[in-house]
Design a protein around this ligand. Structure first.
Ligand code: AGP
Length: 609
């Protein structure tokens, strides 16, 4: 998830673009760049690594003249945050420059072809577009972009300018968001509303497959068949703050609602339901190496640790390799058995968590190979490990992790299928079937939002209690732990997650009429066991709340409150079942007037011990 801004008009393009990018930094902030055409044929391009302020300083020192330009703030997915991987990317002549948000799924295949004619300067998927447009260019930029996009698969929002055409830019969209801002004698292109709200409230929303030719006077929109479209101009009433949250009240609620698309992004370009294969070469794990692995150790903290617990179930089932999951803060101070036959997986959204980083450094000393399941490219842990798998969920601003959790579990599932593919413990047809089911998750998660009002009602009741227990079994035991952590960190209610089978060994002593107990009772091999556990707590007057699979009417009689969820196979149910628990914690926190996005005593990335 990156931020794009384009401008054409009478004002200084660099000023408008840099201001717009500053309002899109929540979308990505590891590098930035700008390109401006000062006069026909003279295009200047600037790129800097790090926060946008580095680029602003550069342009302040050496101002850019010109009334047309494009800019970008990056969230790296392909190629580390470096100057060469920062956008805009240009073709060999330097006349065509492109900014892009999204993932070109077939970029490797396109690059193989284009490499025969053009020299590539970056590791990005985006640079392919610059050369592809050049390859189709014969004087008309719109036609070149149109032809190029016929060959492109994946998600993209792009804006393109050509040094020989200082009067218009071309923008196109497929699955990633892109809007056009209509001004007086000037027009704008942007990834999102906050970037241009200072200049106009008249917005055209581009739809998938649409291409726009934007000049200072007008914006013409065409579909991929080349037919001109008449587009509605919408008037925006939001202020900038709420716009950055996409109209949601908090980043956390926005990020919960982003999960259908973030899960889709996690899968994009890496899991093919056509040939039943996983493409995770960036990890640098070969079948030969995997055959030498005697044990996998997963290291993480907090929510990432719980994602690791679910990952253990997947790896042991699908790749048939023994797995330990350790809290990094504990692991690094005990004398664990680690050697060159141990593969260590570090899981971290931020990639900066001190305990996980130190534990990774420690196992490398002991001879283990290390890989990272991370969100932030270029982070400290990503530089320590030998290979990384990025979860591609975009920046996560809310301190309480939500979309990073579900995308990490999806990646752990893909990793397990990949290891099964490498060591032959699972065949291509089984892999293909599992990928088909994985790809149904975005729609299934979308449906969970239908019960949001019901969750809010339960949350308003739950907010009156001081304690709460979460129960789960098998794949959903870690989800009970995560549900409790979300409620704890957001509402400050003392919540505990437990393996339901553990209740009789102690925690059941806590149960009375003042103890809400939330059971994850969706369809599963241990369903009957979960039901009897629920009956045990109900028999002691607990307030029984259940997550259930739609259609399970019998359960309704057993509980005080029930949340019905769409059917999904048990293995994948953790990715769906955690969503109502995220919403529950959100609405309890709201009800109690807590600071949802920045809960007390917490930090988004714990870089100290
Ligand atoms: C989760 O909501 C918390 N913010 C916290 O537990 C977090 O998961 C933990 O600090 C690990 O962070 P990481 O994934 O960035 O390493």
């Amino acid at each position: 998830m990156c931020g794009i801004v384009g401008y054409v008009g009478l004002q200084l393009a660099s000023e408008i673009i840099l201001d717009g990018l500053s309002r899109l930094e929540y979308r990505g902030y590891d590098s930035a760049g700008i390109a401006v055409i000062s006069e026909k044929g003279l295009l200047e391009l600037r790129r800097e690594v790090g926060k946008l302020r580095n680029l602003v300083k550069d342009v302040m020192t050496n101002p850019l003249k010109g009334n047309i330009g494009i800019g970008h703030t990056r969230w790296a997915t392909h190629g580390r945050p470096t100057v060469f991987n920062a956008h805009p990317h240009s073709d060999e002549s330097g006349k065509i420059v492109v900014v892009h948000n999204g993932i070109i799924e077939n970029y490797m295949a396109l690059k193989e072809e284009l490499k025969k004619k053009y020299e590539f300067k970056s590791d990005t998927d985006t640079e392919v577009l610059a050369h592809l447009i050049k390859d189709n260019y014969s004087g008309d930029l719109y036609k070149a972009v149109h032809k190029a996009l016929q060959k492109v698969h994946g998600a993209y929002a792009i804006c393109v300018i050509h040094a020989d055409h200082p009067d218009y830019m071309v923008a196109a969209k497929n699955s990633s968001p892109l809007i056009i801002g209509i001004g007086e004698g000037e027009n704008f292109v942007a990834s999102d509303v906050p970037a241009i709200l200072n200049y106009t409230r008249d917005i055209i929303y581009l739809e998938d497959g649409e291409i726009a030719v934007v000049s200072a006077e007008k914006a013409d929109v065409y579909n991929l068949a080349g037919e001109k479209l008449s587009k509605k101009v919408s008037k925006i009433s939001w202020n900038i703050a709420s716009a950055e949250k996409g109209g949601y009240e908090h980043f956390m609620l926005k990020e919960i609602h982003e999960q259908p698309s973030s899960v889709a992004h996690a899968l994009a370009g890496r899991a093919s339901d056509a040939d039943g294969k996983l493409y995770l070469d960036d990890l640098g794990i070969t079948a030969e190496y995997l055959n030498t692995v005697k044990r996998i150790t997963i290291l993480a903290c907090g929510t990432s640790y719980y994602a690791g617990l679910v990952g253990k179930y997947y790896l042991e089932k699908l790749a048939r390799i023994p797995v330990d999951v350790d809290l990094a803060s504990e692991f690094r101070y005990r004398e664990p058995f680690v050697d060159d036959k141990t593969l260590v997986i570090g899981i971290s959204q931020s990639g900066e968590t001190a305990d996980t980083l130190a534990a990774i450094k420690m196992v490398k000393e002991l001879g283990a190979k290390t890989i990272g399941i991370l969100n932030v490219m270029g982070s400290a842990i990503s530089r320590e490990t030998t290979g990384n798998m990025y979860i591609h969920c975009g920046p996560e601003i809310g301190v309480a992790s939500t979309k990073a959790f579900t995308s990490t579990i999806v990646c752990m599932y893909m990793l397990s299928l990949y290891f099964g593919q490498l060591n032959g413990t699972i065949n291509a047809e089984e892999i293909r079937k599992n990928i088909v089911e994985l790809k149904t998750l975005p729609n299934i998660i979308e449906k969970v939002f239908d019960i949001e009002p019901a969750i809010k009602v339960i949350a308003n009741k739950l907010a009156n209690y001081k304690h709460c227990l979460f129960l789960g079994r098998n794949y959903n035991f870690p989800i009970a732990l995560e549900g409790a952590l979300k409620l704890k960190e957001l509402s400050y209610i003392h919540a505990e997650g437990y393996a339901a089978g553990e209740m009789k060994h102690g925690p059941i002593a806590l149960i009375d009429k003042d103890m809400p107990v939330i059971s994850i009772a969706t369809e599963s091999a241990t369903y009957e066991k979960v039901i009897s556990n629920m009956k045990e707590v109900k028999a002691r007057d607990a307030i029984a709340i259940a997550l259930a699979t739609e259609g399970d009417t019998a359960l309704k009689e057993e509980v005080d409150h029930i949340m019905y969820l769409p059917r999904v196979k048990e293995e994948l149910s953790p990715i769906v079942n955690v969503v109502p628990l995220q919403l529950l914690a959100y609405y309890v926190s709201l009800r109690k007037g807590c600071d949802v996005d920045q809960p007390r005593n917490l930090a988004k990335s714990v870089t100290v011990e």
